[in-house]
Design a protein around this ligand. Structure first.
Ligand SMILES: [Zn+2]
Ligand SMILES: [Zn+2]
Length: 199
């Protein structure tokens, strides 16, 4: 049901730019962001607003960190495009045996996400200039969000959520080297200057 809803909204929206590709849209609950570095896959990460409900205690909570991951690829020879989507879950912090729950995302916010996704396909895959800015999710009046609960967020655990984004190893090395050069400059230059003055 959920997949059909996303899929049919995607098919309706992609219609306006579909030619010459035929697009396929699937939900994949095990999709990993690191597949995005595989050749040909384009990665798109977004957040939207949604509500979670614990299936054990029925407590509900709102989140503006409902994380969605899309991977897109086209096969130019067969003129087929593929979109895979994962919706990250969250679990209740009151129940010790809580399970990861799927969010309830409004039809309005799903439509906004799909519109932004198709704009992204148009600009990054079809390489067409479109001037459509990303639309932000709608936050409803009864919305009540506390601080983001990383421990109970599937995206944070999968190192996808922006609050726990890992720094790639090569960037860490560059950062360390910059620190080392800076430290040496701070220590060595005054010594050289001091020796110069002394002699
Ligand atoms: Zn609960
Ligand atoms: Zn998170």
């Amino acid at each position: 049901m959920e997949e059909r809803n996303w899929k049919s909204l995607f098919e309706g929206e992609v219609e306006r730019i579909a030619e010459p590709y035929k697009w396929d849209f699937t939900l994949d609950n095990n999709l990993q962001k690191f597949q995005g570095s595989s050749p040909g896959w384009l990665e798109y990460k977004v957040y939207t607003v949604g509500r979670f409900c614990c299936s054990l205690c029925t407590r509900y909570w709102d989140s503006a960190h409902v994380h969605l991951l899309f991977l897109m690829k086209i096969a130019r020879a067969s003129r087929c495009g593929t979109v895979k989507m994962r919706i990250f879950k969250q679990k209740c912090r009151s129940c010790t045996r809580a399970v990861m729950e799927k969010p309830d995302i409004s039809q309005e916010n799903i439509t906004i996400v799909i519109g932004n996704l198709v704009n992204r396909i148009e600009s990054k895959i079809y390489l067409r200039n479109n001037y459509n800015k990303d639309r932000k999710p709608v936050v409803y009046d009864n919305y009540t969000e506390g601080p983001h609960d990383k421990e109970h967020c599937e995206a944070c655990q999968a190192i996808v959520c922006h609050t726990s984004m890992a720094v790639p190893g090569n960037l860490r090395t560059i950062g360390r080297n910059i620190c080392l050069v800076f430290t040496l400059a701070v220590i060595i230059f005054p010594i050289i200057f001091w020796l110069d003055v002394k002699y």
